[in-house]
Structure formats: structure tokens, C-alpha cells
Write a protein that binds this ligand. Sequence first.
Ligand code: MSP
Length: 633
Amino acid sequence: MAKKFYITTPIYYPSGKPHIGHCYTNVLADVLARWHRMSGDDVFLQTGTDEHGQKIERNAKEAGLTPKEYVDKMLGPFILLARAYHMSYTKFIRTTDKAHEAYCKKVMQKVYQKGDIYKGKYEGWYCVDCETYYTEKDLKDKKCPLHGREVKWLTEESYFFKMSKYQKQVAEYIRNNQYIFPKTRQEFLLARMKEGVTDLSISRSNTTWGIPLPFDKKQVSYVWFDALLNYTSSVASPSKKKYWPADVHMVAHDILWHHSVIWLSMLFAAGIRPPKKLLVHGFIQGEGGLKMSKSLGNVIDPIHILQAYPADSIRYFLVREIPFGQDGAFSMTALRDRHNNELVNDLGNLHARTLSMIEKYYNGKIPRSSKNELVRKFNFKQVDTYIKKYELNTALAEIWKFVNECNRYINDNQPWELAKTNKKRLDIVMYNLAESLRILSIVLEPFMPVTSDSIRKSLSLKKKETFKHLKFGVLGANKINKGGYLFTRKEEEEEMPAKKTAEPKAKLEAKNDQPKPVGVAKTGPYIPFVEWQKMEFKVGKVLKVGPHPDADRLYILVLDMGPGERERQVVAGLREHYKPEELLGKEVVVFTNLQPATIRGIESEGMVLAAESKGKVTLLKPDKQIDLGAKVR
Ligand code: MSP
């Protein structure tokens, strides 16, 4: 029988638009859920919305709606967020669901009857934005330590949950089971617990927006008491009971206390088994590590950004860029760089080159070979170990090592040469490349499900494969389905369509700034600046020089493009102007994103820049020492 794996995200307050941080949690949880599904586990992934509480009530009032009308209206973008990012959730729970409300009442009654809930009077500082009480000591400049907002002094009759009674048991559970990951968060939490755990006010009499207490209809439940129970209420039915206890709760550190001290105490009081692991990820900040805020104009809207980048690119970026547990910045430049370098260049080119060679040399039919010389270099165990240690970014980096290995394999084996000289060897090389793409489609599925699907379809594989199919030699003599490119290069200009301003146009219209009419200038037609920006020139170094076998005027150059960059092969018309030894070791300027072309049977991936006058040719090179890979601007 398949092993069950139950994983949850927090349920979000639908009190505003979804944030890139919500998206981050969803993606991390989805990657783990998909990884376990691919491993053969029976996965239950839950997300949802937390719809009670004073914040919702306050916002609804401002919008002139009842709280229920308000949450019904605000729900859509959260479901859209999950769907648009291909989150494979099993259940989307709303705390206003009738079944959830009935379940909460049952648990509250049970804890009340046990004697763990008593009536008292509450006095304290309350932050409506985080729906949390603070002591005088917690406040920063008399304001909420998280939001910096005014806190309210509340005095009201309230029911209390005897949380202090469970302090020891909770601390022991956390310590003995290494409940919290990363360990630094666990240590922080345990130290905070040592300062004392007080009983928790769990009801409100000044509002009706909440679940009525079963033992006192004049009061409603405190939002967190009801919200945390979402994790158990959704799997309370006989058919779903097998999923509890949760294997993983995924949260950010803002709600660490709630998911450890409050949640574990509640479960111990209700006699329900505790969850196994609390994964605490970091916070996403704006560019330069600043907190995202509307006033700084650095808020990333996860839905809006989809107009510029496919969801898979953003999923990849979020997982790869920020080591799990650490806070990290979301920068559009970093997103573009990863998209262009790792997705377009590394993975996209590997895919495009492999398919076009199968098309060209085999009429699109994948050749067969039983010699495994590339796939065996992929270390799945290592990737799996990283995932089990929640080092998702390192797992992805390990997969990328293999992507780069595949690109190196193409360059080393030069299939275009083999096509002329060694057909048998070409079969081996191309089969290994096709199989590697298949393997990549499997291991990348949890991170980039759409890309995985596209790779699979391009190999004409009908059925979705899982980790069971990671072995070498599965592909038959399929006819490939070339299709389009996996990713398209992004330019700065296209990044965020809605953010374009009219300013540049206005400038051009100013009288003295008029561009010269196209075509009359001595230098030829003008190229718009945006076109120039699309071109990428980098400094490279000549590593190998060889004559083109089929053209007297051409050389084949192999270029070193700097650390971390794969070598490039370029065909250049320099034979009449340079001896090979004059070129070896020379630094040159390379046009790197020129569409690859086959020049007399040899693939050329770029162009080396040279100046020409009256039949004389000289290469352009940097004037001073500069790193290989430096960009020409
Ligand atoms: N409703 C409660 C959670 C109840 S769970 C029983 C809540 N909601 S929230 O809408 O404020 O969501 C907080 C969570 O959203 C964080 O723990 C994190 O998962 C995610 N994020 C929201 N903004 C974030 C960042 N800037 N960075 C990373 N994640 C953050 O608290």
C-alpha cells in the first residue's frame, strides 16, 4: 500500500490581494507534494482561506459588505493564485465551510468538558492585523512588532484555554521529535517558551463574526483557535482519517509560535496526535532586501507577473534563488538572469539542439542504443537526499549539474561530426541525449510541471512517468514531436507590461530630440534602442582552433565564456586573416544570443566580432584586463 503524505500550507486571510509570499509557500509545498507523488506516495495537499476574525470584519465594513459577502468576493484571487501556479492541491478549505464549523464546535466542547477552558477577563494589547495579543514587552515603540501598527487595549470577558498546562509536554515533543526545521528556528522557539507560556484567550464577545462557542452562544471563537483546526477538520471523515497526523506543515516564521505552542497544546488537550514536522521558510523581501510595501512601490503581485513570465520560471526562481529557511529578495533582474541563463540557455538549448539533431539526422525518429554513457551520470539519490533534508534549492542545483553535463556531452561528442564519420557512435550519443531529456522531464516535474509535460510530449511519450521510470533504456524508436522552444528569452523592456510609462515617448516628441529619419544617415538605418538591448555580447577566450573541413575560409573556434558558462563553438571566417596560433588564447568579443546556425554542416553558436576595411580584418578585443564572460554594454 502506498505511504500517505499529508502536507499543508497556512490558510491565508483573504483580506487583500494574494502576495508573492503566499505564492512562495504554495510553491514550496507543491514541490514537496509532487516529489512524494512521483515517489509513489498517497499525497494529500491542503491549502485554503482563513475567513473569520476582526481584520476581515473591519475590511468588510469598510467595503460596505457583510463579512460573508466580503470573503466570498475576496476568495477568487486565492484560488486563482493556486491554479495559475499549477498547485496540485487536494483540498482548498474555507473556514466558513459548514463541515469545518461543526468540527470546531465538537473540539471546543471536548476541551471545555475536559476542564481546559475557563472563563476570565482579558486585558491586553491586540493587533488586529495579526489577530494576536502582545504583552507590553513584545511591543516595539508601543506598536505591533510585526506590522508597526497601532495596537488596541482590549478588556473583555473571555474564555481562556489552559495553554500553560501544556508547556512542558509541548517543549518535550518539539525537542524529542525535532519538530521544527530549520533547527535555528526550533532553538529560538524553545528559548522563547522558557520565558513563559501563558493561558490563551480564545473567545470574543464584541463581535459575531466567528464560530459561536458551543457552551456559550454569546461568544465566538478566537480566529486562530478555529483556523488551526482546519488541518484536522478536513481529514476527520472516516475515509480521510488515514492522512492524520500531518507529515508537514509549511509556514513562514511569522506564524511559528501559533504552529508550535498554540497548535500542539490544542491537540494535546483534545487528545489528537500531533503533526510530524513544521517547516519554517524565510520571508520574501523586495529588491535590495527591503520589506515589500506599497509605499516603496516594490510589491510583486504574483498574478500580474504572470503576464511577463511563465509560472514555471517563477516557480524555478523561487525555489532556486532562496535557500530554504532564509529570507531572500525577489528581484526582477535576478529573475530575468535565471530565466535567460538557466532556463533558456541551459535547459532550453539542450532540448532544442537534441530535437533538431534527431530531426535532421534521423528524420525525427529516435535511434536506439543500449550503451548508457550519460544517464548514469545523473545522481538521483543525491537529489532525493537533498529533498528529504528540505534543501530544495540544492536539489535543483544538483539537477542542473546534470543539465550542464548533457550540454558538455554534446560539445565533446560533436554529433554533427559523427553524422559524417561515425553513424554508430551518433546513435549512442543521440539516444543518450533523448533519454536524458526524458529523465529530466521526470525529475523536473515537481519544480516545473508544465515544462516537464512539454519535454515529455516532444518525445511523444503518452503516459506521465514517475520515479519508477528513471532507469536507462525506456524510450523506444519514437517519432519526436519537435514543437516550439521550451522558454523564450526575456528582455528588460517586456518585463512588466502594465508598468510601462508614457515618459520615453514624451521625450522623443520634444523638438530637438527627434530622431533622424530612418535611412538617410550615413551609418545606415537606425536600430531602436530596444533592439540593441536584445543583443548580448560577451568577452570570451579562444580555447581551440581548427579548420572547417568543408570551407577554405572558415575556422571552427571553441570559446571559453567564463566560469559556470558552457564552452561555445563558433564558425568564423578568419582563415585568410589569422594563423591558428595567433588566435589561440586570444580574448575576443562574442555575439552570444545570435540564433544558432549550421554553416556547411558545422553548428555555430554565435559570432566573433571583427572590424573590416578594404579586405583587411582585425578582431575586436578588450582594451584592459577583464573577466571572461563580461558583458559588453
Ligand atoms: N491566516 C493566518 C494563517 C492561519 S494558518 C492556520 C495567516 N494568514 S496570512 O495571509 O497572513 O499568511 C501568512 C503566511 O503567508 C506566511 O506564514 C507565509 O506562509 C506567507 N507569506 C505572506 N507574506 C510572506 C512573505 N513576504 N514572505 C514569505 N511568506 C510570507 O497568517
